[in-house]
Design a protein around this ligand. Structure first.
Ligand code: FEO
Ligand code: CA
Ligand code: CA
Length: 667
């Protein structure tokens, strides 16, 4: 069985994306135009009147090419002092703000849950404690329907596990040592550390605290939470396994990356790199090509050694039951999460939604892999703000679309509907269940635009704009460059802005523009993430998640992975200008400890608290920094954030940021 060498990369998603031996989408979808005539070339000509050098002006405002600080006398829409860039063992926030750890991996979330004890972990304890690698954060004010910014439910994804720093004695799990020392007990702990948490939190004495005895508190795991498949693929032969001949019930959820909160207060968990949990062999299987298009089996984890359902040689269809958007009702801790198959199966980064003018709900979704696609789902029914129950199955009926970006600034949304265009039985799509289950193949057939790893996609309900984070793409070749992916060997990513036609998110023809091509403006390439009014070197790399505040301002979180995309500063939160002269420039507001990535930015409804998720501290890119040149282990981590106690490993944690003395973040 083929295993991936993870030695260079602790973040498994980044390892996957950086590895050479994994099939990526090589579909021959036509490129948008040749390099010379591409859209930016035309725009640069227009900007030539300003004396801006052609390549330097590609992104944002072209400030880099203007060559110095104070080149523009524009005022920023944010007022805080940017933090110093760098890398060290702890977190940093802008002056005048507090950044307090709210909850850590292993913290008990029930009244009867045991305290964290890293030397005596068990699956039973973990299932009552906050999970590992917090990613998406949702906030639902309590009581339901209010905009309470001092009491609510935090809905948090736990994307994956890093066994070498979770468990003592394992060492780095790579090369020949991969899976050495893994036991069923450890696998069971990993499964219980995956999934999500719903926790009630409340402000007490000005500080956020977890309400441990809340009736809402719940752990969702990979091994202990039964889920229902709903929508077109439910009950289809592709969903049937020996444990579930009905094809409608799945145990658990995995690799829940970003997500979303729906207008009716449910929590969407996006299943991203599900392929990594399966091992075995699909050679000769009728679904071999489809499995390989999804990278199944990825063999990142030892789960298949102990559970047949994670061995595709034995249970090939189990892999079809992951890669979905999971909808959870956080107001009922006994509710059964639903895997909403109408929204398609791919490596879902997130699922942020907006109520369209006609009442339909539109969910935007990225498929985070090199050369994969951007999707949106438009419900058939309409949202009823007066009847929550009437909305609970809205996500089962509607139309899934995939995006094609044209050189002239048009975005075409192509429906993934069986019987339309190439999606016929003759082409391998006999029914809608197959279309949604093999959504990547259907999108290939439609000629969707391969993108530089679509991560979070966030609509701005105030403006009709939609922000698309494209994080990086190590494998784009010069001949594959196009308008929306303007760089080969794209280390730093870009943010694309879609404008819904006439504010209609159900439109099948929108327009797009480049908000910023991230990266170093000094490298003479196309980066311009530099705000001369505020920063010597304010550019950033690798946008991953984002949040839009009540003023319609955009906040970005970054994930640079390890080494290859590094900018020289730790990941963090950036306030990004989207309008005016400073459009495309940003300031760093928060910084994570070494080896972490930044996830989950979420504001309370009044913007007075910003919750952020510090994921995998100590693991990623540590070798690049003096004093840290090693791969972290339980015994010897690059940082012991946030406890800084001997014997206590680093712990992924949610941090609550507030302004000292009160007030809106970034005001
Ligand atoms: Fe889990 Fe695409 O980041
Ligand atoms: Ca992400
Ligand atoms: Ca990430």
């Amino acid at each position: 069985m083929k295993k991936i060498d993870l030695s260079r990369f602790s973040c498994r998603a980044e390892a996957y994306e950086a590895s050479d031996d994994i099939p990526t989408n090589r579909s021959d979808a036509p490129t948008i135009g040749d390099v010379i005539n591409r859209r930016f070339g035309r725009r640069d000509v227009l900007k030539g009147a300003l004396g801006v050098a052609a390549m330097g002006a590609v992104a944002g405002t072209g400030l880099a090419a203007l060559g110095g600080k104070k080149a523009l006398a524009a005022s920023a829409s944010y007022s805080f002092t940017e933090i110093e860039h760098g890398v060290d063992e702890t977190h940093h926030v802008a002056p005048g703000y507090s950044a307090d750890v709210l909850i850590r991996w292993g913290d008990p979330i029930f009244a009867d849950a045991p305290e964290f004890d890293p030397m005596n972990q068990s699956a039973e304890s973990q299932a009552k404690q906050f999970g590992y690698n917090n990613d998406y954060i949702g906030y639902l004010p309590l009581p339901y329907g209010s905009d309470n910014a001092e009491r609510g439910l935090l809905c948090v994804n736990h994307e994956y596990t890093n066994e070498e720093i979770m468990f003592p004695g394992l060492g780095k799990q790579d090369g020949d040592a991969e899976f050495a020392g893994m036991t069923q007990d450890l696998v069971d702990i990993e499964m219980a550390a995956h999934g999500g948490s719903v926790i009630e939190i409340a402000k007490s004495g000005g500080a956020w605290q977890v309400v441990r005895d809340s009736e809402y508190n719940r752990r969702i795991t990979a091994s202990g939470t039964e889920m229902e498949l709903t929508g077109p693929a439910a009950g289809h032969d592709l969903m049937k396994t020996s444990a579930d001949p009905s094809g409608t019930k799945v145990m658990g959820t995995i690799n829940n990356c970003a997500g979303g909160m729906t207008p009716w207060g449910t929590y969407l968990m996006a299943e991203e790199n599900f392929h990594g949990y399966f091992w075995g062999d699909v050679e000769g299987h009728p679904q071999q090509a489809a499995m390989e298009r999804y990278g199944v089996p990825g063999a990142w984890y030892a789960w298949g050694a102990f559970y047949d359902r994670f061995d595709v040689s034995k249970e090939p269809n189990e892999a079809n039951r992951f890669g979905w958007i999971v909808e959870v009702d956080p107001l009922d801790s006994t509710s059964t999460p639903k895997k909403r198959t109408a929204l398609g199966r791919f490596k879902h980064e997130g699922g942020e939604s907006v109520v369209n003018g006609d009442g339909r709900v539109v969910v935007y979704m990225g498929d985070d892999q090199r050369f994969d696609y951007l999707y949106k789902f438009v419900t058939a029914g309409t949202y009823n703000p007066d009847d929550r129950a009437a909305n609970m199955d809205l996500l089962d009926e509607g139309t899934l679309y995939v995006a094609k970006f044209h050189e002239d600034g048009k975005v075409e949304w192509m429906p993934l509907v069986q019987g339309e265009g190439p999606l016929t039985a003759e082409n391998g799509f006999p029914d809608q269940a197959t279309v949604v289950t093999q959504a990547r193949l259907a999108a290939d057939a439609l000629g969707a635009t391969p993108l530089d790893r679509p991560e979070d996609v966030e609509p701005n309900p105030q403006t009709g704009k939609v922000y698309v984070m494209l994080t990086n793409n190590s494998r784009r070749k010069p001949e594959q460059v196009d308008a929306v992916n303007p760089r080969a060997e794209n280390r730093f990513g870009q943010i694309v802005e879609i404008t819904a036609a006439n504010g209609d998110h159900g439109s099948t023809e929108d327009t797009w523009d480049m908000l910023v091509v991230c990266g170093d403006p000094a490298d003479g390439a196309v980066g311009a993430m530099w705000n001369p009014a505020t920063s010597e070197n304010g550019w950033f790399a690798c946008p991953d998640n984002c949040a839009v505040d009540n003023q319609g301002r955009l906040w970005i979180s970054t994930d640079q992975g390890s080494g290859w995309s590094r900018s020289g500063t730790a990941d963090g939160i950036w306030a990004l200008e989207t309008e005016g002269e400073l459009r495309g420039t940003g300031m760093m507001f928060f910084r994570v400890p070494i080896g972490a990535e930044m996830c989950g930015p979420k504001f309370t409804p009044d913007d007075t608290t910003l919750f952020v998720a510090v994921q995998h501290p100590a693991t990623d890119g540590t070798k690049a920094y003096p004093g840290f040149e090693r791969s972290s282990t339980f015994e010897d981590p690059a940082t012991r954030w946030p406890d800084f106690q001997d014997g206590v490993p680093p712990r992924p944690s949610v941090v609550a940021i507030t302004k000292e003395g009160g007030g809106k973040i970034g005001s």
